[in-house]
Design a protein. Structure first.
Lengths: 271, 293
């Protein structure tokens, strides 16, 4: 099976997320915070888009606006051809948070079953889907365990399984591997790419790691803070098959350098 | 990190021995004046050690000695028929029945109030001040009123006492459950939002399970308060039966040893109730995936 890459998208582009002039300003006690300012972006179906930037650049905020967890104060955004609220009501996406966020009083399989219970799937379907998604993330055998019995990496994999359980085409991931160590992170990055190839979903991935962003994505959106804006959009021309040591190849480093330039241009390396 | 029983045994024993020693000294000190009076009238001049023994063996002492209380307690608990009205088990049973009834109603009421406060903004603003105010009224003043009013409507017996217990026990449960129902992480609440879960589903699947530790913690307080309520409820009715009745009767007839015995019985019941609630709480938590400490 081959991983899709940027070249295959130029032919058929079905926009999943279309943002135009998007702005979000928070009113806080000591003045306004421009979390997002004039963000214009299109994400096509099947893409793997990474959002990278320092803290405060608006990448998590943008993801939350797509998810209808925040409401924009300016501009427009369309998800799956409808407003974010309608998309959320139709359960159009799965969200993976920074922390695994599993319910400690439920076993792993009951945690993965949570969205399925809410969405009213039959008992048989629930069992089937739990098995399928846990197999995708390599957690078969841990169904009856409680979250505290699993390591951080495994808990995060369970969280990803939960987000995949109800077959939403869009996956929103907010620094899911941020709290894990580098070795586990490399392993999970590999697994995530394989998962993406198998399920052909559209993935929006927020990270603050340049190698992770370049390794995983077909498109990298570089953002910078104060106000939160898009500095650069980089179409990755890396091949679809990506073993871990592609990270030392000259093409990889060139793209990483471009990302770093974009960050520098957005004053991300200054105080 | 919970201590093992063996770790706690030595410090607790030392403390208990200390309390017993202080109690004996107190007994001597408080019973001595009356004993001196008695001896003067009888014209006796006992030696110091004889005097001390006499202060510890008075039939109606000001402060009964520990062994007097222990003897009375043992006699009235284990050596008397359970149906006799001098049996502490009989009286404890009566108090226990209104305690448990009041506790059950109080817990239910507390949970319902908490659910209302968390889900209805109007109740959140209006109810909390009132239920806090309700607890500032001295129960000793309120209890007779409740009993008299209910008796006028023809309700006597278990229910009025149970209602006083309810009054004292619903408050800790309400406060604890409000905290518990509001305890879930913002992350978990956001997660439920991404599933477009309604308020009822969020309550049933997230808020309620998250509030269970808070519920059991506040139920421990509530059950002890409920026992106090049951005892207080027995005082105004002319004290027929129950621990409160035994206390009151003891005070009428200067049977201080009986009073202390009844006190000990009340404490034992309270300790057993709190331990029972704690045990159920532990079992529930284990069933809900709690990690063994």
């Amino acid at each position: 099976m081959s991983l899709p890459n940027a070249a295959t998208f130029s032919a058929v582009q079905i926009p999943v997320v279309e943002a135009s002039g998007l702005g979000l300003t928070f009113e806080t006690g000591d003045g306004q915070v421009h979390a997002l300012s004039n963000v214009g972006l299109t994400i096509a179906k099947g893409e793997f888009v990474s959002f990278i930037g320092p803290s405060g650049c608006g990448k998590t905020t943008f993801l939350r606006v797509i998810a209808d967890l925040e409401q924009p104060t300016a501009g427009s955004i369309i998800v799956n051809g409808m407003s974010p609220q309608e998309a959320r009501e139709r359960r159009a996406y799965g969200y993976v948070f920074q922390a695994a966020g599993l319910f400690p009083w439920r076993t792993i399989e009951r945690n993965v079953a949570l969205p399925l219970e809410i969405m009213g799937y039959s008992k048989q379907e629930v069992g089937e889907r739990i098995h399928r998604t846990l197999e995708l993330v390599n957690l078969i055998g841990f169904e009856k365990k409680y979250p505290w019995q699993l390591s951080g990496g495994m808990q995060q994999r369970a969280s990803i399984a939960r987000a995949l359980a109800f077959d939403a085409d869009l996956l929103l991931m907010d620094e899911p591997f941020g709290a894990l160590d580098e070795i586990v992170r490399d392993h999970l990055n590999e697994q995530l790419l394989k998962l993406w190839a198998r399920t052909e979903k559209t993935i929006c991935f927020v990270t603050h790691s340049i190698p992770e962003a370049v390794y995983l994505s077909t498109k990298i959106v570089v953002m910078s803070p104060r106000p939160g804006r898009v500095t650069d959009v980089i179409e990755s021309d890396l091949p679809p098959e990506r073993p871990l040591d592609i990270r030392e190849s000259p093409e990889f480093l060139a793209i990483a350098a471009r990302v770093r330039d974009g960050l520098r241009a957005g004053h991300s390396y200054e105080d | 990190m919970t201590d093992r029983l063996s770790d706690k045994l030595l410090p607790v024993t030392v403390l208990l021995l200390g309390i017993l020693a202080a109690w004996y000294v107190g007994s001597y000190a408080m019973n001595a004046p009356f004993q001196r009076d008695l001896d003067r009238r009888a014209g006796e001049t006992p030696s110091f050690s004889q005097f001390v023994v006499k202060t510890m063996t008075q039939p109606k002492p000001t402060l009964p000695a520990p062994h007097q209380v222990a003897q009375n307690f043992f006699e009235n608990t284990f050596l008397r028929k359970v149906t006799s009205n001098r049996s502490l088990v009989y009286h404890a049973g009566i108090t226990l029945s209104s305690t448990l009834a009041g506790f059950a109603i109080g817990t239910l009421l507390g949970i319902l109030i908490a659910v209302g406060i968390v889900h209805v903004t109007a109740l959140d603003r209006s109810l909390m001040p009132w239920i806090i105010t309700s607890q500032t009224i001295p129960i000793l003043a309120l209890a007779p009123m409740i009993i008299v009013v209910l008796a006028a409507v023809g309700i006597t017996g278990l229910l009025p006492k149970a209602l006083i217990s309810t009054y004292l026990s619903f408050f800790p449960v309400a406060v604890g459950m409000v905290k518990g129902l509001r305890s879930p992480d913002v992350l978990h609440l956001d997660l439920m939002r991404t599933y477009n879960a309604g308020r009822w589903e969020t309550f049933w699947k997230l808020r309620l399970p998250a509030s269970v530790p808070f519920l059991f913690a506040s139920m421990k307080v509530a059950v002890a308060a409920s026992l106090v309520g049951a005892i207080v409820g027995e005082l105004p009715t002319g004290a027929v039966a129950g621990i409160g009745a035994k206390l009151l009767n003891g005070s009428y007839y200067s049977q201080t040893i009986d009073m202390f015995s009844a006190l000990v019985a009340g404490s034992v019941v309270a300790a057993l109730l709190v331990a029972a609630v704690g045990l159920v709480g532990k079992l529930v938590e284990r069933g809900m995936g709690g990690r063994p400490a």
